[in-house]
Every structure is written in structure tokens, then in C-alpha cells.
Design a protein around this ligand. Structure first.
Ligand code: GLN
Length: 192
């Protein structure tokens, strides 16, 4: 079974734990650098990316997590996707730069704190998982404003990518851990 780390400093790591376990992985919650040893991949959950960055610095985890993700696959959702991006705006902040994309934080505006959309994924996603729309829950979500040539878009909504991959890494601006559909977590487990 795949050994999946979940960064557990802040945010909704417990829902990811349930999703990974249902998808057939073994979960290790990561709060210290040595807990990265021996993992097959790492999930960066949703939450608040500025707070996560501060905690990553406080716990001396920023460099170890970046180094881990240079060797092994990472999967970021919402705040986690912001941490994986090359470029962050509104406001700009530090990130791991593992996926060549520009994200704008809280891009849907304050009046729409959260919304749910049925999204028809790209054929590539269905080929590697199975057919059917994805129910995408967006919570103070970022919008992906630019993707580089090496980034593959697996699903888009309202004219912007919402699920992307670059090499081993995967990022979603929505929260697949909040719906019973396990396909996005299954896709990540296949990449490990
Ligand atoms: N708005 C948060 C941020 O900018 C992300 C929200 C989320 O992860 N649900 O970090």
C-alpha cells in the first residue's frame, strides 16, 4: 500500500485522511521534517495558505517539504494548490514553485465565499479514472490565471483550469476530499 503523507499543520487534513484511506492508501500526518522519511507522496490540504506558510517557517518545514516534493509527488488542494504554484497574487507570497502556473488567491470575491459546480473533466481524466462529472466544491478558492506548456489541464470550470498536473504533481482549486467521489485521490495514488 502507498504511504501518503498529509501536511497536518492547519486546514482540512482529516477529510483528506478519510479520502486516502477509502482510496486504499495508508496515511501519515506530517508535522515535523523527520515524518517525511519513507513516504511515497505528500498532500498539501486546503486551509489558509498564509497561515500554512507561517507554520511551515515556524516548524522549519518549508525547505524539507520543498526538497521532498522535488523527489516525490505532491497533491495540493486549494490553499495547497497555492503553495505548489510558481506565482501567487492577491497578494503575492512565497510558494514551492513546483507547478508552472500563476494563481490569484480569493479570486471569486468576498460575496461568493463558496460554491459548487458540476464539472465535466477532460477525456484524459476519465481515461485514467472513470467517466462522469466531478462535483467541485470551491471555498474561497484561487483561480488559475496561467499555466505553462508543461502543465496538463485535467478539468476546467468557468473558463479556468481547476485540476492540473505537471509531471508527478497534481493540484486542484476545489476540494475533492469533501465529496464521496474518490477519483482525484485515486489518480494521485496511481502517480505514487
Ligand atoms: N483562501 C485560502 C487561501 O488563499 C484558500 C482557501 C481554501 O483552501 N479553501 O489560502
Amino acid at each position: 500500500m502507498k504511504r501518503v503523507g498529509i501536511l497536518a499543520l492547519q486546514g482540512d487534513f482529516e477529510r483528506h485522511q478519510k479520502a486516502v484511506e477509502s482510496a486504499g492508501g495508508v496515511v501519515f500526518l506530517v508535522r515535523r521534517a523527520e515524518e517525511l522519511n519513507g513516504l511515497d507522496g505528500l498532500i498539501l490540504p486546503g486551509g489558509e495558505s498564509t497561515t500554512m506558510l507561517k507554520l511551515l517557517e515556524d516548524e522549519k518545514l518549508f525547505a524539507p517539504v520543498r526538497e521532498f516534493c522535488q523527489r516525490r509527488p505532491a497533491f495540493g488542494t486549494c490553499a495547497g494548490a497555492i503553495l505548489l504554484a510558481q506565482e501567487v497574487s492577491n497578494p503575492s507570497q512565497a510558494s514551492f514553485g513546483l507547478i508552472d502556473m500563476a494563481v490569484e488567491r480569493n479570486a471569486y470575491g468576498r460575496q461568493i465565499d463558496s460554491h459548487v459546480l458540476a464539472v465535466h473533466p477532460e477525456p484524459e481524466f476519465a481515461r485514467r479514472t472513470s467517466e462522469g462529472d466531478l462535483e467541485c466544491v470551491f471555498i474561497r478558492a484561487p483561480i488559475i490565471r496561467r499555466v505553462g506548456a508543461d502543465v496538463r489541464v485535467l478539468a476546467s470550470a468557468e473558463g479556468a483550469p481547476v485540476l492540473v498536473e505537471q509531471g508527478p504533481h497534481l493540484a486542484a482549486t476545489f476540494h475533492p476530499e469533501l465529496t464521496p467521489d474518490l477519483r482525484v485521490h485515486q489518480l494521485f495514488l496511481k502517480k505514487l
